[in-house]
Design a protein around this ligand. Structure first.
Ligand code: ARG
Length: 408
């Protein structure tokens, strides 16, 4: 009788290589690996595929997901100015639902009973993988080896790998950090960073230059948007994945895009995280500036509130959920007229918006100007204030600080 099958989210690193062996030996399963390219720095995906095949997996599918990630996920993140707790642009939270979707597709292709991932039991990513899998196919079962096995730390895993003929990547014990990266940026945690009082060391950063070592003259860049989607940088039309790569370079070279923060994980603990998100922060900064002139004021205020709900839903693994779908529909509606160009100035770790224009701009020079020929009727403001403060005046008379009630 043939064995049951499991589809594993495989990165080719130590954790997921040990997962392959563990699923084969401890669970007696045939393993199919899925290795998604979402634009991570890590290269050598072919070598990783060979490594998986050497471990005896049924198949190892290396999928180039960069455009799907950009077009289906990052476009929505930009529309929602994605920023969890107003500070974290959600890079890991955005890639997990796409990887989970691929796991489910490959599970169907191979008739697998299980999907598996290498996430730990105290992070958010386990929730994101599993919630997405449940939403896409509630019948599929999930195995999380790292939650089950007794390998407490990296040296334990290295020892397991040696004992079971799993090749250990060169320097597997050297990197002091836990890294997750993709087109949208790079997350750095653990090691020296676990004490929130410790300043990040230089070796934490790879996408961004130390602002002290950046050019002494500013760099200007123009980003063009059409209906909320970035379409060109400095006049050059590019697809979104290329725009992000280009902006990661321009902003990173100017030292922009480093974050050092403490965030609230879904599982209830606070964690210190450093992020490098040069392209993501640049695009969100520019996109917000364009919305400022293209989105009507009441709508903009409502959108800013709902952006937090969108980010929380995505952070918490609700990418495929009715709430997130409805919020996406709202966000999409707000983007219809977000077309135009934003001019940015990078200098020594900063990125400032220095210009914005749009064919649909609601900024009316005639209304805004303090010149004599303004079209704004200042006399009308007296009546406006009279009516607008009616409720406040009524309150002031009856309950306000100088009212008889307050004096009593
Ligand atoms: N805290 C972030 C999140 O939950 C990043 C997690 C990334 N994982 C890592 N191994 N550094 O989205």
């Amino acid at each position: 009788m043939s064995k049951e099958k499991v589809v594993l989210a495989y990165s080719g690193g130590l954790d997921t290589s040990v997962c392959v062996k563990w699923l084969q030996d401890e669970k007696n399963l045939d393993v199919v690996c899925v290795c998604g390219n979402v634009g991570q720095e890590e290269t050598g995906l072919d070598a990783k595929k060979r490594k998986a095949l050497d471990l005896g997996v049924l198949d190892c599918q290396v999928l180039d997901l960069r455009d799907e990630f950009s077009d289906e996920f990052l476009t929505k993140a930009i529309a929602a100015n994605s920023m969890y707790e107003n500070k974290y642009p959600l890079l890991s939270a955005l890639s997990r639902p796409l990887l989970a979707k691929k796991l489910v597709e490959v599970a169907h292709e191979f008739g697998a009973t299980y999907v598996a991932h290498g996430c730990t039991g105290k992070g958010n990513d386990q929730v994101r993988f599993e919630a997405a899998v449940k939403a896409l196919d509630p019948e599929l079962k999930v195995i999380a080896p790292v939650r089950e096995w007794d390998l407490k730390c990296r040296p334990d895993e290295v020892a397991y790998a040696h004992a079971h003929n799993v090749p250990v990547p060169e320097g597997a014990n050297d990197n002091p950090y836990s890294i997750d990266d993709n087109l949208w940026g790079r997350a750095i945690e653990c090691g020296h960073l676990e004490d929130p009082w410790n300043e990040p060391l230089d070796d934490a950063w790879v996408m961004t230059k130390n602002p002290e070592d950046t050019p002494d003259t500013p760099t200007y860049t123009e980003i063009e948007f059409e209906a909320g989607k970035p379409v060109a940088v400095d006049g050059k039309k590019m697809k979104l994945s290329e725009i992000i790569i280009a902006l990661n370079k321009i902003s990173g070279d100017n030292g922009f895009g480093r974050l050092d923060l403490v965030e609230d994980r879904l599982v209830g603990l606070k964690s210190r995280e450093c992020y490098e998100v040069p392209g993501a922060l640049t695009l969100i900064t520019a996109h917000k500036a364009l919305e400022d002139i293209c989105v009507e004021g009441d709508l903009l205020k409502a959108k800013i509130k709902l952006e937090q709900d969108w980010a929380t839903a995505v952070y918490n693994g609700q990418w495929y959920s009715p709430l997130k779908n409805a919020l996406d529909a709202f966000m999409a509606d707000t983007q219809k007229f977000v077309t135009g160009t934003v001019r940015l100035k990078f200098f020594k770790g900063n990125c400032h918006v220095v210009g914005r224009k749009s064919p649909f701009s609601l900024y009316d020079y005639g209304l805004a100007t303090y010149d004599r020929d303004t079209t704004f009727d200042e006399k009308a403001s007296a009546g406006f204030i009279e009516i607008d403060t009616l409720s406040l005046k009524t309150w002031a008379k009856v309950q306000g600080p100088s009212s008889a009630a307050a004096q009593a």
